[in-house]
Design a protein around this ligand. Structure first.
Ligand code: SAM
Length: 263
């Protein structure tokens, strides 16, 4: 890896979240979690120096690797030109909209765009079959949270997908080493709600979590601008004690509230 970087004059960019994976065992774990088979189309976000890319291309039918850094996309195009099923695209993933309907997403994500990338793919009309991502450990833990320790990020992901931590990765498995440890996170999308209901669910959940230490009834009343009595009645009808905090509500509670909404 260091030789490659020297050959192409590449210096890891902090701004682009370039912490390259150096541990092959971890790369294999990521690929195994995505259960890639020869029919699969895989979209890789930020291939970097290609530790995941090469292996993906050997296992999948087609790999589309989107890299924002033109130095790295140039390096990959040269070094991997023999991999005919690999397309390297020099673009920002947030503005990349491929016309594919059945695909998997695999990425060691640049940490600065973790949430927007997850949101982008889960909200699509055709979300991926699965997403296997390396993310910061603490973010992965927040995403898989359950009551009584729920949070807005967990609600926003779990309404679209079932999250699972496959394993943890120590910061020493990257070059340069980041400040914090990481985790392999697997997201399996499952659609629970239609779109108009989703925007309502987010409106209610954002209001509920607006002051996480305070009671649900007060938060909802203030943010949704509805009298406390009506909010309390609505919560009770859904078997939720108005004095509870948002973090204690389950996904089913949020789904019930958005199906049974009075706002
Ligand atoms: N996949 C490589 C690995 O595992 O070693 C590199 C992972 S590194 C954490 C993140 C990669 O994403 C870098 O190559 C970086 O240049 C790229 N990147 C950063 N921002 C991006 C963006 N907005 N769109 C696409 N790629 C991006």
């Amino acid at each position: 890896m260091k030789e490659l970087m020297k050959k192409y004059g590449i210096r890891p960019s902090k701004r682009l979240g370039q912490n390259f994976l150096t541990n092959k065992g971890i790369a294999e774990k990521v690929i195994k979690a995505a259960s890639i088979d020869p029919q699969d189309i895989v979209l890789e976000v930020g291939p970097g120096l290609g530790i995941l890319t090469r292996e993906l291309a050997e296992k999948a039918k087609r790999v589309i690797a989107v890299e924002k850094d033109s130095g790295l996309s140039g390096l990959l195009s040269k070094e991997y030109e023999n991999l005919k099923n690999l397309e390297i695209i020099n673009q920002d993933i947030l503005s990349f909209n491929p016309d594919i309907k059945k695909y998997k997403v695999v990425a060691n994500l640049p940490f600065y765009i973790t949430s927007p990338v997850i949101r982008k793919f889960l909200e699509k009309d055709f979300p991926p079959e699965i997403m296997v991502l390396i993310v910061q450990k603490e973010v992965a833990q927040r995403i898989i949270a359950k009551p009584p320790k729920m949070n807005l990020l967990a609600v926003s992901v779990q309404v679209y997908a079932e999250p699972k931590i496959i394993s943890y990765i120590s910061k020493g498995s990257f070059y340069p080493a980041p400040k914090v440890d990481a985790a392999i996170l697997k997201l399996t999308p499952e659609s629970k709600l239609s779109l108009p209901k989703l925007s309502l669910l987010f409106k209610i959940a954002r209001a509920g979590f607006s002051h996480p230490r305070k009671q649900l009834v007060g938060n909802l009343s203030k943010e949704l601008k509805i009298e406390k009595e009506r909010i309390a009645e609505w919560l009770k009808k859904n078997n939720i004690d108005p004095a509870r905090r948002a973090e204690t509500l389950s996904m089913d509670d949020w789904l019930n509230l958005s199906n049974e909404s009075r706002s």
